[in-house]
Design a protein around this ligand. Structure first.
Ligand code: HAM
Length: 425
């Protein structure tokens, strides 16, 4: 036998049982985001590599070691998108959607990062994301957080996720703070691990979210960004906190929350859970007022978030919040063999035409009635339509109720639609 080709490590198939769960989650996400008046944007999965280098930042884990980058046949450097924000900005600039306008957008789809796969972390994963352009007050930051809270409510996991909040201030305030942080870290360099010592030189704020307990102990006494905010950023954060308080959304200010992408300023937030082990961040985002300009557009403020759909689905599944697919069909059509196939097709099409929401499964592949009824039962269908020799001869169809035990009936084919309409009210 030929060797089988396997899927790429960290990239998962979504089999029918799983896809049913995904559809439930996707439907709820779509419904909730529509209730806020947001519009969908779809961008390509592949972009110019420069887009991600310039937006996410050269000295970030994503750009340094996680991107799927390749040359196409024209020797252009392309990258499978590791996230969705950069492409939204690129598309917004390219199509003139941003300057002097307001946009409230959402997207859903696969992203790619070459990370070490583990529970909740994959190389192809999916994000549901929202990006808002052209609004700069804390009111829109609060709207996004209210929206995320509504998602949790709709999924029945409001008590399972906690909101963490921080402000990264303005670029100037952050640059000043960075100097203070570096001198503090330099004074404690002997207690830092190798990774943090390297980061101290390249991206010192990332030392704040180190997972190493020794580094965390050093960081606990480090100067805090929140004490070095510019006045406007401080007022922005206060405004956001007041709106969250008024909406009854509790949060924790996490001084070490700095995010792994370079484009953020002011508000940053994450929703985290204890129920997923190490990969507990279900949703994350913040403000990125400088990115549109950085990517060649006119100054436009922006804020957004993205949630990891695998993590959300894992969490919902762990908590038993998703339904299993009970059946694949409502109606199963079977018959006496080759001679009945054309009539079976015709009746099934008539039912689909008249009742588009019913799932009608035609038996295929022949076999005796016993085999056909076995399949009908397995499909979960409520009724079987039987077209045997007698039914053929008299333009009739027999209806067998597979779940209720009611007596089967034989009716004329012309009555079928009315009969089904009455049954499936
Ligand atoms: P991020 O924090 O890199 O932010 O990713 C957002 C979420 O995507 C994470 O919190 C996590 O749930 C999920 N995620 C990230 N990497 C993986 C992975 N390898 N496997 C499974 N899930 C993963 C962003 O991507 C920003 N674009 C968010 C944003 C939008 N900020 C403003 N607007």
């Amino acid at each position: 036998m030929a060797t089988q080709i396997q899927a790429i490590r960290g990239m998962n198939d979504c089999l029918p049982e799983e896809s049913f769960k995904w559809q439930q989650v996707e439907n709820t996400l779509r419904q909730v985001v529509a209730a806020y008046g947001y519009s969908e944007i779809r961008t390509p999965i592949v972009e110019n590599t420069a887009l991600f280098k310039r937006s996410i930042g050269e000295v970030t884990d994503i750009v340094e070691k996680e991107m799927y980058t390749f040359s196409d046949r024209n020797d252009e450097s392309l990258t499978l998108r590791p996230e969705g924000t950069a492409a939204c900005v690129r598309a917004g600039n390219e199509h003139g959607l941003l300057y002097n306008q307001e946009q409230r957008l959402w997207y859903m789809g696969p992203m790619f990062r070459y990370e070490r796969p583990q529970k909740g972390r994959y190389r192809q994963f999916h994000q549901f994301g929202v990006e808002v352009f052209g609004l700069d007050g804390p009111d829109i930051d609060a709207e996004l957080i209210l929206m995320t809270a509504r998602f949790w409510k709709a999924f029945g996991i409001r008590d399972q996720v906690k909101l963490q909040l921080n402000s990264l201030g303005s670029n100037e305030a952050r640059a000043n703070y960075r100097e203070k942080l570096v001198s503090y870290l330099a004074a404690h360099e002997d207690q830092l691990d190798e990774d943090s010592r390297r980061r101290m030189q390249t991206n010192p704020l990332r030392v704040l979210d180190s997972k190493d307990p020794k580094v965390q102990a050093v960081v606990a006494d480090a100067p805090k960004l929140i004490d070095h905010l510019d006045d406007e950023s401080k007022a922005h954060l206060d405004g956001l906190c007041q709106l969250l308080d008024a909406a009854g959304i509790s949060y924790e200010i996490n001084h070490c929350l700095v995010r792994g992408l370079d484009y953020y300023n002011r508000t940053v937030f994450e929703w985290v859970t204890d129920s997923l082990g190490a990969q507990g961040t279900v949703c994350a985002g913040g403000r990125y007022d400088g990115l549109v300009e950085q990517l060649g557009g006119r100054h436009t403020t922006a804020v957004g978030f993205a949630m990891g759909m695998e993590r959300l689905i894992l969490l919902l599944d762990t908590l038993g919040q998703l339904h299993q697919a009970a059946s694949t069909a409502d109606v199963y059509v079977l018959g006496s063999g080759d001679s009945s196939t054309a009539v079976a097709n015709q009746l099934a099409e008539a039912v689909r035409e008249a009742m588009p929401k019913l799932r009608v499964l035609n038996h295929r592949g022949g076999g005796n009635f016993k085999k056909q009824f076995k399949r009908a039962d397995k499909s979960g269908a409520q009724v079987a339509l039987i077209i045997g020799e007698d039914e053929m001869a008299h333009s009739q169809v027999t209806i067998k109720y597979l779940r209720t035990g009611a007596d089967q009936v034989t009716i004329s084919q012309a009555q079928l639609i009315d009969h089904l309409r009455e049954y499936f009210v």
